[in-house]
Design a protein around this ligand. Structure first.
Ligand code: SF4
Length: 435
């Protein structure tokens, strides 16, 4: 190991739990990935990452088990297809996500996500931040993930050919889950980037190292925060965001906004060969694009029912028929201590153990498992969430992970903790009792 691992973070690289290995995270704005990009990702996975990728809940792709000497070559391969890992880790504006790909407003949301991504990525004004800065653009309120962003935008309608967005701020998970608050309602599209710039600059100037925006707002209060933002907004004018060719890369369904089909990827673990198959389906049936979803699956937005039917047959032929239990139960899972240095539990093994305990009622819920309180898989926003909250050491030195169980019934809020610090066996029992 010749390079300081800390210096690699801005390039989207973390040192793994296994110190000679690295994880690289690739930004995919709005989750929209072309067939050509997917083929390049598969090639990188086969050559350098053990033949698989991990899909994250933030529409990104992670390669694990990379060697230091491969990192620069992988960066070049990504650049060749217009992708980057820059700022996907460390103190930077992270990948701009969208968790509502099946909504009518998705073409507008994904387009705005790309514009924000291009504005903030690799821009030195927005790097060197105290910690990460997360932005999401959602097409509607069908998903609550705008609540956990530093800036969460939600499409609020179009009037006189201008799109408007509600802007939520200062949310986040981690050890202190905090719901964001409505910073400004119905902001015209040309004021979105000046507003985000103002928030990022206040965050950069006023927040202690290692703290998120939510800490700053808690420290100085919303009133003072809003005053600082407005001061900066007053000094910069609006910034028009003309669409040009980009009015959404995925198909626009003629009638049904939700015409789509999905390949369910258990725990976000996808083989390179399977991704190649999905790229072929995107090229043949979905106008050349796929969408990485916030639930770690791969979706195709279809223009008509015939394309949808043909894609369903093609998916079934390559193992995504939706019949297995692993495909039926919606599970979001972070890498946990399989690869992550922070991990307290082997999350994929825990997911498989829980799958055996989940009954018919549980099958209908969305699930999420996080390997530590950082909560990267967003358990607080799943209908049933599991956070590994502690590791207990017995007298003989044996380490046992303990879990918190969260349940959520309100679509517009985070869930609530219903059991704390229980063992895997107790967790399985609690889940079995849910029916
Ligand atoms: S939740 Fe914890 S264990 Fe899981 S990926 Fe995030 S930091 Fe790692």
């Amino acid at each position: 190991m010749t390079t300081n691992p800390q210096s690699l973070r801005i390039e989207g690289v973390y040192q793994q739990r296994q110190a000679e290995n690295f994880m690289m995270r690739v930004k995919v704005p709005g989750g929209v990935l072309s067939a050509e990009q997917a083929l390049k990702i598969s090639e990188i996975a086969d050559r350098f990452a053990g033949g698989r990728v991990h899909l994250t809940t933030r529409n990104s792709i992670e390669f694990h088990w990379l060697k230091e000497e491969s990192l620069a070559e992988i960066g070049k391969m990504l650049a060749a297809v217009g992708l980057t890992s820059r700022g996907a880790c460390g103190g930077a504006v992270r990948g701009v996500v969208c968790s509502t790909p099946f909504s009518a407003g998705f073409p507008a949301a994904q387009t705005l996500a790309r514009k924000i991504h291009h504005h903030f990525t690799q821009n030195p004004h927005f790097e060197g931040l105290p910690k990460k800065f997360k932005i999401a653009v959602n097409a509607d309120y069908s998903d609550p993930r705008h609540l956990i962003q530093d800036i969460g935008l939600v499409y609020a309608g179009t009037a006189e050919e201008r799109d408007y967005y509600d802007v939520w701020a200062a949310g986040g998970l981690g050890r202190e889950p905090t719901e964001g608050f409505l910073l400004k309602g119905k902001v015209a599209q040309e004021n979105i980037i000046p507003l985000i710039e103002s928030v990022v600059s206040v965050y950069k100037e006023r927040t202690p190292q290692g703290k998120r925006l939510k800490h700053l707002v808690r420290e100085i209060g919303r009133e003072e925060f809003l005053r600082e933002i407005q001061e900066r907004m007053d000094t910069c004018g609006p910034l028009a965001l003309p669409d040009g060719f980009d009015k959404g890369l995925t198909a626009r369904p003629a009638a049904e906004a939700s015409l789509h089909i999905e390949a369910r990827v258990f725990a976000g673990e996808l083989e390179a060969a399977a991704l190649r198959n999905l790229a072929g389906i995107a090229a043949k049936h979905a106008e050349g694009f796929m969408v990485l979803t916030g639930d770690q699956n791969v979706a195709f937005i279809m223009k008509d029912q015939d394309s949808c039917d043909a894609a369903a047959m093609a998916l079934a032929a390559v193992g995504f028929g939706g019949n297995s239990r692993e495909e039926r139960v919606l599970f979001r899972v972070c890498p946990g201590n399989h690869e992550c240095r922070m991990g307290l539990a082997p999350t994929r093994d825990v997911a498989r153990a829980l799958l055996e305990s989940i009954g018919p009622k549980g099958e209908a819920l969305s699930w999420a498992i996080a390997g530590c309180p950082n909560s990267c898989s967003q358990p607080q926003l799943a209908q049933a969430g599991v956070v590994t909250s502690k590791i207990e050491k017995s007298e003989s030195g044996e380490l046992t992970p303990l879990f918190d169980l969260w349940l959520r019934s309100d679509i517009g809020a985070m869930g609530k903790v219903v059991r704390q610090r229980i063992s895997l066996e107790e967790l399985r029992q609690a889940i079995g009792e849910m029916g």
